[in-house]
Structure formats: structure tokens, C-alpha cells
Design a protein around this ligand. Structure first.
Ligand code: ZN
Ligand code: ZN
Length: 238
């Protein structure tokens, strides 16, 4: 009750502004104004049952995309919530590069809904984040995936562990194709504490999944360390 009153007073004194367009967010909103919110492109079926890559048209049954058939990923299942374009793209850019850490709270709520919808949450033992290299972490001062994963772990009441470490710097993947991306990230991660992984099912969180090469490599390392299941969830799909 007291929290709600303080919240309402703060909204009057410091009206919240949309993280994307700067307009007033309005009552009940958190991060985006109503107009920006309606322009989010949520990912809906059909999508690959393994990597979650959205497909055009109508599917009458569950299917795997061509890439998952040719090169099965190390994760059991990956899902993304939004298309990385327009409003979502701007939101993630501000979250990642412009210190808009306050936007994480609402994205965590979206992730919780997605995790409960797509994964057997009751069977998951731990939540982890895709780690940044030490250099990037120093430059950015925070790891956006860590903010999402730790927030999600609190909402799901599943322990968060800082279990993955990036052990080498990797070049930008922007201009690489799928197989080149897998080669680029191979050996980029290690498991910090094997006991946190052995015999456990892990949910790995990233802000954006493009080809899935990074999440695939995290899953491969977790599997090698004895994880019995790996699920991957991202806010956006590039
Ligand atoms: Zn807006
Ligand atoms: Zn696929």
C-alpha cells in the first residue's frame, strides 16, 4: 500500500518517460509508452521447435528448421520473445549501450512469461547468463544478460549462478554466417564451478539471439560439464 502511494507520488513528481521515444509512459506503464508497446513484434508460431527460429506461413505440426536438422544444437530448446527490429531494437540498444539498466525490470517480466510458457520451469535447477569478456565488462561496467538472468531467477525462485566465464575475447559476429559464428565462439567459455552444473538443468539467458551460435557454445560447455538439460531464452531474435 505504502509502496503504491510512493510510486504514484514519484510518477507525479518525476513522470516516467518512454525508453524509446521519450513520450510520457502513462499510468500502469513501466518502460514503453502505449504507442511503442503496440509496435513490438512478439514472436508467435510457427517457429522451429528446437531453436525457435520463426518461419513464415502456417504450420500444421511441430517442425525443425533446416539448420537444426543438419547441425543439431547443444541446447534442448531455445526461444526468443520479440523480433529484434524497430522498437525492440532501440530498447535493447539503449539497455546495452546507454546505461538504461532500469528497463531490465519489464524485460524480466516478459522473460518470466516466456520461460513459464516454453520450458518445464519446475524442473530447472539454475539460471545463468551469457558472460561478457572482461574487457567488454570493464568498458560497459555491467553485463546486460546478468541483469536479466538474475532478475528472472528471483521471479522464478530458481537459484542464479555466475557459472559461466568467457575465457577469450571473440571478434564481432555481425558479418559472419552461421557456421563461421560457431567456429568463432568455440572454446570461448568455461564453467567456473563444475558442481553447479553436474546433473543439473540450466536455463541460459541472453539479451539477443541471432544465429544461436553463442548460446549453442554455452550449452555445449555446460553439457561437457555434466548438465542434463540446457534451455536458452533471449528477449529478442536478430
Ligand atoms: Zn514510446
Ligand atoms: Zn532450428
Amino acid at each position: 500500500m505504502m509502496f503504491s502511494i510512493i510510486h504514484a507520488l514519484c510518477d507525479i513528481v518525476y513522470p516516467r518517460l518512454c525508453a524509446v521515444c521519450g513520450n510520457w509512459v502513462g499510468a500502469g506503464g513501466q518502460t514503453l509508452c502505449w504507442d511503442c508497446r503496440t509496435r513490438l513484434h512478439w514472436i508467435t508460431p510457427p517457429f522451429c521447435r528446437c531453436c525457435g527460429d520463426p518461419a513464415e506461413g502456417v504450420a500444421t505440426h511441430a517442425f525443425e528448421c533446416g539448420f537444426c536438422k543438419r547441425s543439431p544444437p547443444a541446447f534442448d530448446c531455445a526461444r526468443s520473445l520479440l523480433r529484434y527490429a524497430g522498437v525492440c531494437g532501440t530498447l535493447i540498444q539503449k539497455f546495452k549501450y546507454a546505461n538504461a539498466c532500469w528497463t531490465a525490470a519489464e524485460m524480466v517480466q516478459w522473460l518470466e512469461t516466456g520461460a513459464r510458457l516454453h520450458f518445464p520451469v519446475a524442473q530447472i535447477d539454475g539460471v545463468m547468463a551469457v558472460p561478457l569478456s572482461a574487457r567488454k565488462q570493464r568498458e560497459r561496467t555491467y553485463n546486460q544478460s546478468h541483469l536479466l538472468a538474475s532478475g528472472l531467477s528471483r521471479r522464478l525462485r530458481i537459484p542464479y549462478s555466475d557459472g559461466l566465464r568467457r575465457c577469450r575475447y571473440t571478434i564481432s559476429q555481425t558479418h559472419l554466417n552461421m557456421m563461421a559464428r560457431r567456429r568463432n565462439v568455440r572454446g570461448a567459455f568455461t564453467v567456473r564451478i563444475p558442481e553447479w552444473v553436474l546433473g543439473r538443468r540450466i536455463l541460459v539467458i541472453d539479451d539477443v539471439m541471432t544465429t544461436g551460435a553463442t548460446l549453442n557454445e554455452c550449452a555445449r560447455i555446460l553439457r561437457l560439464a555434466g548438465a542434463t538439460g540446457v534451455y536458452a531464452l533471449s528477449v529478442a531474435r536478430g
